[in-house]
Design a protein around this ligand. Structure first.
Ligand code: PEP
Length: 251
């Protein structure tokens, strides 16, 4: 089963309008159509339209970092799937560990967002991952399983293959500490086995599982070379054209 590698840049709450447009332009100029690697950038929601305009006609897709799972209405400060689509998004990151930790997002909320994303024709990138304390107390698999089952609750088999999972050990995000390729592959293989139990083996083989956590040009090739690692969700290194493009080229 060949799965198309997916490299996504999560800009988090960084950039300004002009700098974001420049960054997007640099990436768009450097990335051509590639049947084996797909590229996504996820700017702050306020800049989605502007970055989308820059990416128009390029091989780079636009993604959002979150959504609110309701139709239009009285939800001050929130943005829904229809608005993201209207702004040119094809992808949406859900359940990033920063949202889980800082904003208290729960698996139940993430599963609602997942349903809203799919109903709105967005491709969800659902993040899971353990903290250092979880890992050191031998709870990595339990935590990842709980998050995965909870976040994908209600997802039907027919739509599962279109969902992207991002395994992001919290201790490796923005810390410069990367999981070794072996550590990452071990959890990715575990996730794929679980997906096989939750859906079917066929579906699990089709689903893409990204690794995230201090992916850089110098570690990308080895990580992406692991059999169950189908891409990368990149934070810090996605803010520099050269670094992000080097990671894409490693895919
Ligand atoms: C992330 O934001 O999802 C991430 C993995 O960040 P970084 O690459 O900076 O660790």
């Amino acid at each position: 089963m060949s799965r198309r590698t997916i490299i996504a840049g999560n800009w988090k709450m960084n950039t300004r309008a002009a700098g974001g447009a420049q960054l997007a332009q640099g990436i768009a100029d450097a990335v051509g159509e590639n049947p084996t690697v797909e590229v996504v950038v996820c700017p702050p929601s306020v800049y989605l339209s502007r970055v989308g305009d820059v990416l128009a006609g390029s091989a780079v897709s636009l993604g959002a970092q979150n959504l609110y799972p309701a139709a239009d209405g009285a939800y001050t400060g929130e943005v829904n799937a229809a608005m993201l689509c209207d702004s040119g998004c094809r992808y949406v990151i859900l359940g990033h560990s920063e949202r889980r930790a800082i904003l208290g997002e729960t698996d139940a909320q993430i599963s609602e967002k997942l349903a809203a994303a799919l109903a709105g024709n967005l491709v969800p990138i659902v993040c899971v991952g353990e903290t250092l304390q979880d890992r050191e107390s031998g709870k990595t698999e339990t935590v990842v399983e709980t998050q995965l089952r909870g976040s994908l609750e209600g997802l039907d088999e027919a739509r599962a293959s279109g969902v992207v999972i991002a395994y992001e050990p919290v201790w490796a995000i923005g810390t410069g500490k990367t999981a070794s390729p072996e550590q990452a592959e071990e959890v990715h293989a575990f996730i794929r086995k679980l997906l096989g139990e939750m859906f079917t083996n066929d579906v699990a083989q089709q689903m893409r599982i990204q690794y995230g956590g201090s992916v850089k040009p110098d570690n990308a090739k080895e990580l992406l070379g692991q059999p169950n690692i189908d891409g990368a969700l990149v934070g810090g290194a996605s803010l520099k054209v050269d670094d992000f493009v080097a990671i894409i080229n490693a895919g």
